[in-house]
Every structure is written in structure tokens, then in C-alpha cells.
Design a protein. Structure first.
Length: 212
């Protein structure tokens, strides 16, 4: 797959769902920068994926925890990888182990992951689950950003207090505010990640090839 070095992401017209997979052997061929999106079940992850890709492939369900596989999307100059949601109480021990296995095996074999996007409902406090993901992203040397979703669900006063608490918990981790319902913040989120993570990866690839 050829990648574009344009400073802006490709138009949504050319974006498409590629495939879903559980085992590394079934993942699409490597070499393309990937942005992985992860979040608590029912945090609005599927809605964000649909708004981000301009498709309706990430089926939005009233039943939390629906995503069970890694879903890969061709975004032109990079791939978006929709990961299973976490924290759904009705999952059994086997499902929890499967979740851990698919996440860890993905990061173990994908050096192309340029950023981990953690989406969370702005109305929920930062929890041990989110903190563990931040620690994990540091341990595997992958940058992480936080996306606070559903900002249309709170008023200005609530948003101010919620953001104050979130900023304290994040300790400097970059964050973005979005509403998948209205689309607010989604385009600027993608442009920022494309500029800060996708393009540097592509440039490194070009430089490495030019050395041979």
C-alpha cells in the first residue's frame, strides 16, 4: 500500500473497512502506520470510529462490549484500528483473558503503531483501568492521547469541573474533546494525530529506505 506524505489526512471518500481479526497471522500486512483506539465499553468508541472514518462499519449498539475483534480501517495514509472495549461487567473470566491476549499480542507484533487513543466518557472519572492503560502504553513505548467524548452531554459549568479533575489525573497526557453526535472536535483530532504521529513515521520510513 502506498502512503501519502500530504500534511492533511485523505478525504473520507476513500476510506474503507478492511477486515476484522483476532490472531496476528490474520492481521493486514504491516508497514503502514496505525492508530489504535481503545476505551471502556459504552464510552462512545464505535460512534467515534464511524465519525472518524465517515462510514457506518462500526455498528453502534445499545449492548456494551460488542466489539470482540480488532477492526482495521484503511484511512489512506494510515490505518485506524478499533480495539475491543474493556470494563464490561458481564464478561466472564475467559472473555477477560481473551481481551488481554488480543491487546497484548497486537502491540507485540505491530511496530507500526504510532499512537494509542484512549476514549473515555467525560462524565466518568479517571479510573484504575485507564491508569493501567497509560502505564502499559509507557511500558511498550507507545505514545497515548486521551479523547474525552460526549461533551454535548454536559453544560459549561459541568465541563469546567470535569476537565479540571481530568487534567489533574492525566498529569500532562495530551487530551482532546469531541462529540461524535455533532462531530465537534473529530476533524481537528485526526489532523493533530496525523501531523504529530503519522507523518513522522512516514518520514522515518523514507529516510531508512534512502540509506540503502
Amino acid at each position: 500500500m502506498k502512503t501519502s506524505t500530504s500534511s492533511k489526512p485523505t478525504t473520507k471518500r476513500w476510506r474503507r473497512y478492511i477486515k476484522s481479526a483476532f490472531f496476528p497471522k490474520d492481521f493486514p500486512a504491516g508497514g503502514v502506520p496505525e492508530i489504535a483506539i481503545i476505551g471502556r465499553s459504552n464510552a462512545g468508541k464505535s460512534s467515534l470510529v464511524n465519525a472518524w472514518t465517515g462510514t457506518s462499519d462500526a455498528k453502534v449498539s445499545q449492548a456494551p462490549g460488542k466489539t470482540r475483534l480488532l477492526n482495521f480501517y484503511d484511512m489512506g495514509s494510515y490505518r485506524l484500528v478499533d480495539m475491543p472495549g474493556y470494563g464490561y461487567a458481564s464478561r466472564g473470566k475467559g472473555e477477560v483473558q481473551d481481551y488481554k491476549k488480543i491487546v497484548e499480542s497486537y502491540f507485540a507484533v505491530r511496530s507500526e503503531v504510532v499512537c494509542l487513543v484512549l476514549i473515555m466518557d467525560i462524565r466518568r472519572p479517571w479510573s484504575e483501568d485507564e491508569e493501567m492503560l497509560r502505564i502499559y502504553s509507557n511500558s511498550i513505548d507507545r505514545p497515548m492521547v486521551v479523547v474525552a467524548s460526549k461533551i454535548d452531554k454536559v453544560n459549561q459549568s459541568e465541563k469546567h469541573s470535569l476537565l479540571k479533575a481530568l487534567e489533574k489525573a492525566l498529569q500532562g497526557t495530551p487530551y482532546y474533546l469531541i462529540s461524535s453526535t455533532t462531530g465537534k472536535g473529530v476533524e481537528s483530532l485526526e489532523e493533530s494525530l496525523h501531523q504529530n504521529y503519522v507523518l513522522p513515521f512516514i518520514e522515518r520510513q523514507k529516510n531508512e529506505k534512502s540509506e540503502f
